[in-house]
Design a protein around this ligand. Structure first.
Ligand code: NAD
Length: 472
């Protein structure tokens, strides 16, 4: 167990203002693996002041120089790739292979993408007799969740830095160790003091103090809709910019001519990755009546390959969920699905065999799920799939759009143009056609209650810019 006692503020590690700490627990075996300081409003204030002091210098730094420093940051992260992966496996429970390929490699690639974008982007444009300047917004507060802990950090911090903003990060309580690794990489990359600051702490204490701080110009939050609503209200009250990446209940729509076997197995893999803890997971599978029974049988068969177990074991495809509360919440939803009359075809609420220690959940598939059920409407954030039946395309659109969320989705059809036409009718920020690959330059974010604003690529960077028009 490693005891960390510092916050990264103003370019150095310094002791926290208060004595409280947060224990970090390995969800695979429930062992305490480390502790970090629980920051207070005093730590937050010191961090925001450091970011404010660093802002004029960083904003005036030529974009090419900022880009070069972000390139150095990318290299420092790449040099820590294995440490990042083992840290995320230890504090989140993601399988080691997934931690390497996604939790480590994706943030490294995203950081690299902004090193390029910052160098290429034009921060000025001509419109008639006006010169429009795209200037950094100022001091950014970044509040991040635990499910993709380093990706969520880089998806906010790096575009903000590329735009010329300075930042204070408050990472999730469950996954602060990889946030510390990020701060070490920033330090080693030689970014100027105060440009990036880290305060670990509890959401309602350090997070709230950060969102409320009068010297913060923009709050970027990823997490639950409940907390996002509060942050939006705080930012609105102070007329601050706000970006919110919230929950989802995305639909995987298999049209009657879609490749059923591929759509079902890819759909299950999409939900079960990261132990079901992905905001953009396709947790509702929509199938036409003619192929419904076949889809249910395929899903039950595919689920059998996901035997929960030790995330370090290369044969294991499903690790634990992040903590005991999350495990209880997911099992509670499985019990609710049964009580509501859904048909269990794989998994269930019981502890997986031989896994009494650790926060494990059985990968679960429900059939005969109807729209009125909680498991069809609410975000479960665990390895649970609901298979639903539609009568025709209009019915499929209606069901797919029939939740408060609108983050992501998938459409499968032998006719790509038909799939695209269907995707145009979906109220969602991202739709993958026939298993289209993730694109880290494409804007990511939600319609409806899934959020406000976009991350990644150039769209993610312009969130951190404001315009000034000069009339000549
Ligand atoms: P959460 O909302 O409890 O916590 C997220 C962050 O907010 C943490 O850092 C937490 O400390 C902080 N926080 C909590 N209360 C706060 C407050 N009162 N003021 C300020 N900050 C506060 O969510 P979680 O449990 O960490 O994450 C799971 C949820 O996040 C799921 O609903 C999931 O869908 C959503 N999520 C969405 C996306 C997306 O990109 N749209 C990505 C990941 C997670």
């Amino acid at each position: 167990m490693t005891v960390h006692d510092g916050m990264y503020i103003g370019g150095r590690w310094r002791p926290a203002a208060g004595p409280d700490t947060i224990e970090v627990v390995n969800p695979a075996d429930e062992q305490v693996i480390g502790s970090v300081p629980a920051g207070t409003a005093e730590d937050v204030d010191a961090a925001v002041r450091a970011a404010r002091a660093a802002f004029p210098g960083w904003a005036a730094t030529p974009p090419a120089e900022r880009a070069a420093l972000l390139g150095a940051l990318r290299d420092e992260l790449a040099a820590r790739r294995d440490e990042i992966a083992t840290t995320v496996t230890a504090e989140l429970g993601a399988t080691l292979a997934f931690a390497q390929a996604v939790h480590a490699d994706l943030p490294i690639a995203v950081t690299g993408s902004y090193a390029r974008l910052a160098a290429e982007h034009s921060f000025e444009e001509k419109i008639g007799n006006s010169t429009v300047l795209h200037e950094p917004v100022g001091v950014v507060a970044a509040i991040t969740p635990w499910n993709y802990p380093l990706h969520q950090i880089t998806a906010k911090i790096v575009p903000a830095l590329a735009a010329g903003c300075t930042v204070v990060l408050k990472p999730a309580e469950d996954t602060p160790l990889v946030a510390r690794l990020f701060a070490e990489a920033v330090d080693a990359a030689g970014l100027p003091a105060g440009v990036f600051n880290l305060v670990t702490g509890l959401g309602p204490v350090a997070g709230q103090a950060l969102a409320e701080h009068p010297e913060v110009d923009l709050v970027s939050f990823t997490g639950s809709t409940a907390v996002g609503r509060r942050i939006g209200a705080i930012a609105g009250g102070a007329v601050k910019r706000v970006a919110l990446e919230l929950g989802g209940k995305s639909a995987n729509v298999i049209l009657p001519d879609g490749d059923l076997a591929r759509a079902v197995t890819t759909g299950l893999a999409n939900v079960f990755r990261n132990s079901g803890q992905s905001c953009n997971a396709w947790t509702r599978m929509l199938v036409d009546a003619d192929r419904y029974d076949e889809a249910v049988a395929l899903a039950a068969q595919a689920a059998a390959a996901y035997v929960p177990g030790d995330p370090h074991d290369p044969d294991v495809r499903l690790g634990p969920v992040v903590n005991a509360a999350q495990r209880d919440r997911v099992r509670g939803y499985i019990e609710r699905g049964l009580a509501e009359g859904a048909r269990l075809v794989a998994g269930g609420p019981e502890t997986p065999d031989g896994l009494e220690r650790g926060y494990y959940v059985r990968p679960t598939v429900f059939a005969d799920v109807t729209e009125d059920m909680a498991i069809a409407q609410e975000e479960i954030f665990g390895p649970v799939v609901a298979i639903m039946k539609y009568t025709d395309e209009d019915d499929a659109v209606r069901i797919a759009n029939g939740t408060v969320y609108g983050l992501a989705g998938a459409v499968w059809s032998a006719d790509e143009q038909a799939a695209v036409a269907f995707a145009r009718r979906l109220h969602a920020g991202q739709v993958d056609i026939n298993g289209g690959r993730f694109n880290l330059l494409a804007p990511f974010g939600g319609y409806k209650q899934s959020g406000v604003g976009r991350e990644l690529g150039v769209h993610g960077m312009t969130e951190y810019l404001q315009t000034k028009s000069l009339q000549l």
